[in-house]
Design a protein around this ligand. Structure first.
Ligand code: SF4
Length: 217
């Protein structure tokens, strides 16, 4: 199967499995989504969703969060890990949003990525899921599956993002990245497969006999 045929088949199969993939992080607006995505670094979405109700009870707007102490925020978010860095970033980015963006989460990559604790992947998630702008955030699951499906070399996440944006329709990016994440969690886990088991790989690579090794993100 050629790469374009694999991509077309995979997109169709994922649409059958996850026709309307929900956003995994609980949030009510772009600010609570931004904070939740920031908290999800090296942490599961489940854990973030357990922690954010208490955090957003304390403060759920940039203005209110900017008034909090880093210690108070850190106390609440400790279960998410990296709490000293994450709490500092949450309070500081809230201050910047109030002072430089009239209290509104910026709806462009440059200003988002200029915020403390916000990298390209976090900015891409917010642009896609809060503002509906096509983006293809690449996390560990997407980086791994794209390699197993022969859609990228896996050199690095930047290259994976570039390759996926090239092979898939721009109108499908926001839905596809969620679908791939769900497939990665439910079927295509890091240790769980060598690339010869389920329908996706056996359809894309019917002759594959040896395990498909992948490069980590
Ligand atoms: S065969 Fe394995 S590696 Fe390939 S898509 Fe299925 S679960 Fe993932």
């Amino acid at each position: 199967m050629r790469k374009a045929e694999r991509a077309e088949y995979i997109a169709r199969r994922l649409d059958e499995l996850y026709p309307d993939p929900p956003i995994p992080l609980d949030h009510t607006d772009s600010f609570t989504l931004l904070v939740a995505v920031l908290l999800s670094a090296q942490c599961t979405d489940e854990r973030v969703n357990q922690v954010t109700p208490a955090l957003f009870k304390l403060a759920k707007t940039p203005k209110k969060m900017a008034q909090q102490t880093i210690d108070d925020v850190r106390e609440i978010i400790k279960p998410c890990g990296l709490s000293p860095q994450k709490s500092k970033a949450i309070v500081q980015l809230s201050k910047i949003i109030v002072e430089q963006h009239r209290g509104n989460v910026p709806d462009n990559f440059d200003d988002l990525e200029a915020l403390p604790g916000v990298g390209h992947k976090t900015a891409s998630v917010v642009m896609a899921q809060a503002f509906g702008v096509p983006a293809f955030p690449v996390d560990t699951h997407i980086h791994r599956l794209a390699q197993r499906w022969g859609l990228t070399s896996g050199k690095n996440v930047k290259q994976t993002e570039k390759d996926l944006k090239k092979i898939f329709d721009v109108n499908d990016w926001n839905r596809l990245h969620l679908q791939i994440i769900y497939y990665g969690r439910e079927h295509c886990t890091a240790r769980g497969c060598d690339g010869t088991v389920c329908e996706i790989c056996t359809t894309c690579y019917p002759k594959r006999r040896r395990p498909k090794l992948t490069i980590k993100a």
